[in-house]
Design a protein around this ligand. Structure first.
Ligand code: 13P
Length: 301
């Protein structure tokens, strides 16, 4: 164990802290974390953990979500500028405008959104529960923001609903083109293709399975197939290579690296625990309605 890892463990104990890491974090960050998972799993952990400090190794909206669900804890984001360009595609004013255009239509926001956007929405969702949540709503029309690709995926699974979509997308997942899938399939005709629903509808249509990062990991771990073509960020390979060394995993595109998720290092986790950087603060006006939107998701799943 490195000296830095030992120091992190010591500080963690001293501060009664827990480290949460998203599946996209680099291998050594996943190794030092107490809990690693997808957005839904991590938000559930943040809401229920008994600790004083949460170090969130992920991007800004994830640490902000943890703070909304556990406002009495210190929530630290080791890299203050680890943002999410997808979350930045929509503002609270955009949501208010959508509500003016479609009065009375419920707004479901993807967790990849700011607290201000969550505050204007009715219920939150993640990629692992978006279909379930939208299917459960009594309304036929639903506004879904901000990911248009995930929205398209959900609309196909729930054809009796009419989804009004916002055109945001994840720059990393959008790199995968149908041609990449076709060429990869030619190289590995026996492979199973697993993608995240943030990929384009054309890519999802060519895949064998679409799901959240943890669902992709579980599917690849548990299916009988030996070879997998993965259409999500490279971080998921960390757990897969460790748990299934007997299988082969290939990324569908060489650029499946999220620059923001890859910012966190052991040094920044150590610094976060040492100096309380960067401690998430909430805006009083948005915290209450944003938390209600998140809590509705937790109650429905
Ligand atoms: P998951 O909830 O599937 O982990 O997705 C997080 C994300 O932002 C995908 O890009």
């Amino acid at each position: 164990m490195s000296e830095l890892t030992q120091e992190i463990r010591r500080l963690k104990q001293q501060r009664n802290a827990v480290i949460l890491a998203h599946n996209y974090q680099i291998d050594e960050v996943q190794a030092v974390a107490d809990y690693v998972g997808d957005s839904f799993y991590l938000s559930r952990q943040a809401a229920t953990l008994a600790c004083d400090v949460i170090v969130f190794c992920g991007v800004y909206f994830m640490a902000e979500t943890a703070k909304l669900l556990s406002p009495d804890k210190t929530v630290l984001l080791p890299e203050a500028d680890a943002g999410c360009p997808l979350a930045d595609t929509i503002t609270a004013e955009d949501v208010r405008e959508l509500k003016r255009l479609y009065p009375g239509v419920p707004v479901v926001c993807y967790i990849n959104s700011s607290a201000e956007v969550k505050a204007e929405s009715d219920i939150c969702c993640t990629s692992s529960n978006a279909v379930h949540i939208i299917r459960s709503l009594p309304d036929r029309q639903v506004i879904f923001i901000p990911d248009g690709h995930l929205g398209d995926y959900v609309a196909k699974q729930v054809p009796d609903k009419k989804l009004i979509l916002w055109g945001g997308s994840c720059v990393t997942h959008a790199k995968v083109k149908p041609d990449d899938v076709l060429k990869a399939r030619q190289r590995h005709p026996e492979a199973k293709i697993l993608v995240h629903p943030e990929c384009s509808p054309e890519v999802v249509a060519l895949a064998d399975f679409a799901g959240s990062t943890s669902e992709i990991i579980r599917c690849a771990e548990n299916s009988a197939d030996k070879t997998y073509l993965i259409g999500t960020e490279a971080g998921v390979l960390c757990q897969l290579k460790a748990s299934r060394p007997d299988k082969e995993f290939f990324l569908l595109h060489a650029g499946l690296y999220c620059p923001n998720m890859k910012k966190t290092r052991l040094q920044s986790i150590y610094q976060a625990l040492l100096d309380d950087q960067y401690s998430m603060k909430l805006d009083e006006r948005t915290a209450k309605p944003a938390t209600r939107t998140l809590r509705r998701m937790l109650e429905m799943v």
